[in-house]
Design a protein around this ligand. Structure first.
Ligand code: ATP
Length: 380
């Protein structure tokens, strides 16, 4: 339908980028990127009119968004991009499909599928994307790619982690060089940190973090960051805690990715980075709390003699703080007891007839403590 509309307008239209990659990998796709050799906004407008949906045009970029049922479509006019300096927002000019594909990050993201009736469904693959997809390789399109846009360093590792791919030999060399040159520090931090946010949402985040470690990117991004065995052990611990929590308390799901970030940055002075990252308030509050009180709380938890003491120490703490604490092996059992049992202990206020206000509260808490200490025990 898009193709025949385009034909009638004298344009050509193609599916491009991640959607082509995902279709070739038999994944479901909901976000379709369409490029048009011609006026993309006009074509998108016509499609929106036919389907009776809203059009969101961005004339300064030559792009338009619309949504038909649950499918999101983004239309863009084919363009060429030149970078005035590394990592800068690019200057944009109209160009052919080939040039539009050439500006893209990796071969697997630089394929197109024709939507035109004469060759509908034909794969257009100028740079060997299909072969790299089969060989499970991330490969840049030209040697200056990472210099042109250092955000691609992080994108390369995100896709590698997500898809279980490796970097091609030459791409790996270029990436290592780019990190050594400190390009990540020079790139606009807004774009870098929004890329990090995308990584935090990935299912395979632990794999991505391993790649960040292998290629030493966190050292470049966060002043004062360094790796050691302890941090690695804690990350592993956090991973199993999260897997446990996901299964045990599916209704309590949270954006687990932030927990990894909080753990990674515990030994960095990261209040400022939290701003750059636009971290949600629970992350900032949890992080600030842990920076200040982690050691004390770990000590107190270890010393606790009775379940009711554990309860008092953990009561009211945000789930993020609890899960991070639980990833420390020395207190794992205690936090687990809290999450599984202690926090659910309830007493019935009707048992306390005659009491009200603070007195009632206090009596109930005491009763709760007794109950906990009789029902549960701490193995030391
Ligand atoms: P995802 O599945 O994460 O959405 P995607 O490949 O669709 O992956 P987007 O960030 O939506 O990723 O980008 C769409 C396409 O735009 C990419 O497939 C790639 O072709 C191109 N692209 C995105 N960012 C860059 C970049 N920094 N440099 C070059 N090309 C890029």
């Amino acid at each position: 339908e898009i193709g025949s509309l385009a034909e009638r307008m004298g344009y050509k239209a193609y599916l491009v980028g991640g959607v082509v990659r995902d279709m070739l990998m038999n994944k479901e796709v909901w976000d379709l990127d369409v490029v048009v050799e011609g006026n993309a906004i006009e074509l998108a407008g016509e499609l929106a009119r036919i389907h009776g949906v809203d059009l969101h045009p961005f004339p300064e970029f030559g792009t338009a968004h619309l949504k038909i049922d649950s499918i999101k479509l983004e239309f863009a006019t084919t363009r060429r991009e030149t970078y005035p300096h590394p990592g800068a927002y690019p200057l944009v000019e109209f160009a052919s499909l080939r040039e539009d594909l050439l500006r893209r990050d990796f071969t697997i993201n630089a394929m197109a599928v024709s939507l035109m009736s004469e060759d509908f469904g034909t794969l257009i693959d100028y740079f060997g994307g299909l072969r790299d997809l089969k060989d499970k390789l991330i490969r840049v399109l030209h040697p200056l790619s990472f210099v042109e846009d250092p955000v691609r360093i992080l994108r390369a590792l995100r896709f590698a982690g997500r898809l279980g791919f490796r970097l091609s030999k030459s791409t790996e060399k270029l990436l290592i060089k780019a990190v050594e040159l400190g390009l990540l520090k020079e790139a606009p931090q807004g774009r870098i940190f929004s890329e990090i946010r995308l990584a935090l949402r990935e299912e395979n985040l632990p794999e991505i973090i391993k790649l960040y470690k292998k290629y030493r990117v966190l050292e470049s991004l966060f002043e004062g960051f360094s790796w050691d065995d302890q941090l690695e052990r804690r990350l592993k611990g956090l991973r199993s805690v999260i897997e446990w929590h996901r299964i045990e308390f599916p209704q309590e799901r949270l954006d687990y990715g932030w927990l990894y970030l909080m753990l990674l940055l515990l030994r960095v002075d990261a209040a400022g980075y939290m701003n750059f990252l636009n971290a949600p308030s629970w992350v900032r509050q949890g992080y600030t709390f842990l920076k200040k009180d982690l050691d004390r709380l770990l000590g107190d938890l270890k010393k606790a003699q009775k379940p009711s003491e554990v309860y008092r120490l953990l009561k009211g703490k945000h789930l993020s703080v609890l899960l991070l604490l639980m990833s420390f092996p020395e207190v794992q059992d205690r936090v687990k007891l809290y999450l599984e049992k202690l926090r659910h202990v309830k007493v019935d206020p009707r048992e306390f007839s005659g009491l009200s206000g603070p007195d009632l509260g206090k009596a109930m808490e005491e009763k709760k403590s007794q109950l906990m200490d009789s029902l549960f025990s701490l193995n030391s």
